[in-house]
Design a protein around this ligand. Structure first.
Ligand code: ADP
Ligand code: GLC
Length: 483
């Protein structure tokens, strides 16, 4: 099979820089697509962590003026990924996170930072870098949304696939920034990137790309409704024929309970016991007379963890225990810390971001709770399945697409992998937790569910060919580019 070239453009990529599932997916797609005949290079901002990981690199392109700053593109490898890194110190060499200052506020120049990333991507695609040019661009979320606009401005019709990982983030900036971001005035229109008088990088991607992907079939349907489209449902309805819902997978090597160096490795539910005991000890929790549930999550309204706080007392009264690892909104962090303080032996909360601890939690927990209000795909429930922690999830987006609810039919057919409950409802969540407690009491039956969960396919085997076919269709349909 001959190999074809594609450029992925993203603001995060695991294991180099990660704030959520976007990074995992951007980090996993190159390996998944290699088997489909596509060689991906990933363009990332030169954040300090990325520059450090890159180590020895070759200069691949240079820009004297990239939205007012000097920048270069470096080519190299890190963590098995073929990278192009935008080395623009004025934009990316700073402490804090990819989007936020150390105090947790958006960087005031985020519009320019990611417009520069997008402009660099377009220039690389058109003029080449490192003696290389892609046939196709795969753009991830609003940070890469302006790429099609810059490509057109450079006279290119190279095909773009725009992936929606989370439509909640629009990348909005005032219309007065058109000139500073080198955006063509003509694009500032209802069928372009104008959104209620502002510039929307997300809408630029949605209207400018030849095709749109999102991370589950369920979310693809939801996105076209007012309840989930976040104001862009009309744009998505208009592009329904170009919208593809393709389920995320996970990296089943990095997440393999049989070989994971962060845990006591195991091949079946019985092997979780040791990890459970260690987790209880690490968090100072009583072993309990009910299930040990866990949450690993960004703390934001999306995740529904305020609903869980309300349902928590009933769960604890049934002998349940809870471990939470997360960070995000201050009010939620404080509310969870207060819940832990009020129930010291039964609830334990760790505020922060800790990848190794997340592995120990998936390995030791009996269940992982994901009561999201909306969830484009969700990866935590996939890690939970793989590690035999039963997912208890809201019936929404990718959660509903990946967990088989333990109703009577599924239980008697022996196919259930978790518990699925109505979304945004405390009574429904409380019922789901009660069902979890009840299932847990029958050790034999619970182990059977855990075995089902661990057997459920969560890798890229089903989705990689779909991406491969979509890439090929887009690239084959595009007119030849001038040399
Ligand atoms: P989202 O991308 O919306 O945050 P996902 O479920 O797709 O949700 O992905 C979340 C990813 O981030 C998972 O890999 C999860 O394990 C990880 N994660 C979230 N919060 C933390 C944390 N505090 N520490 C370690 N990993 C975390
Ligand atoms: C987003 C979504 C999450 C999804 C992830 C990777 O962060 O919130 O549901 O799994 O992107 O696609």
């Amino acid at each position: 099979m001959s190999t074809r070239a594609a450029l992925a453009v993203a603001s995060e990529c695991a294991p180099l820089v990660k704030t959520g599932g976007l990074a995992d997916v951007v980090g996993a797609l190159p390996a998944a697509l290699a088997g489909q005949g596509w060689a991906l290079r990933t363009l990332l901002p030169g954040y300090p962590a990325v520059m450090r990981a890159l180590g020895k690199a070759r200069p691949a392109a240079a820009f004297d003026d990239l939205l007012g700053t000097k920048a270069r593109v470096l080519a190299g490898k890190a963590a098995g990924l073929d990278l192009l890194v935008l080395d623009a110190p004025a934009l990316f060499e700073r402490p804090g996170g990819p989007y936020l200052t150390q105090e947790g506020r958006d960087w005031p120049d985020n519009d320019r930072r990611f417009a520069a990333l997008s402009l660099a991507a377009a220039r690389i695609a058109v003029r080449g870098a490192d003696g290389w040019r892609p046939e196709l661009l795969h753009l991830h979320d609003w940070q890469a949304g302006l790429v099609p606009v810059y490509l057109r401005a450079l006279g290119s019709r190279l095909p773009c696939l725009f992936s929606i990982h989370n439509i909640a983030f629009h990348g909005l900036t005032p219309a007065s920034r058109l000139k500073a971001l080198a955006l063509p005035k003509a694009g500032f229109a209802i069928d372009g990137f104008e959104y209620y008088g502002q510039i929307s990088a997300l809408k630029a991607g949605l209207t400018g790309a030849q095709a749109i992907a999102t991370v589950s079939p369920g979310y693809a349907r939801e996105l076209m409704t007012p309840a989930f489209g976040m104001g862009l449902e009309g744009v998505l309805q208009a592009r329904a024929g170009d919208l593809h819902g393709i389920l995320n997978g996970i990296d089943t090597e990095a997440w393999n309970p049989a070989t994971d160096p962060a845990i006591a490795p195991f091949r079946g539910p019985a092997g979780k016991e040791e990890n459970r005991a260690r987790l209880c000890a690490e968090f100072g929790l009583e072993r309990g007379t009910g299930p040990l549930a866990a949450v690993v999550s960004r703390l934001s309204g999306q995740k529904g963890l305020d609903l869980l706080l309300t349902a928590l007392p009933g769960f604890l009264a049934q002998g349940g225990r809870l471990v939470l690892l997360g960070s995000g909104e201050r009010a939620l962090e404080n509310a969870w810390l207060a819940a832990a303080a009020a129930n010291p032996d039964r609830v334990s909360v760790r505020i922060g971001y800790d990848e190794a601890l997340s592995h120990r939690i998936y390995a030791g927990a009996d269940a992982v709770l994901v009561p999201s209000r909306f969830e484009p795909c969700g990866l935590t429930q996939l890690y939970a399945l793989r590690y035999g922690a039963l997912p208890v999830v809201a019936r929404v987006g990718g959660l509903a697409d990946t967990v088989i609810h333990a109703n009577e039919a599924a239980l008697s057919a022996g196919v259930a992998t978790g518990i699925v409950h109505d979304t945004e409802s405390v009574p429904a969540l409380a019922d789901a937790l009660a069902q979890l407690c009840q299932l847990w009491q029958d050790k034999h039956a619970f182990r059977r569910l855990q075995r089902n969960a661990m057997k459920h396919p969560v890798g890229w085997d089903a989705s990689a060919p779909r991406y491969g076919a979509l890439y090929a269709a887009l690239a084959d349909a595009s007119p030849a580019e001038p040399p």
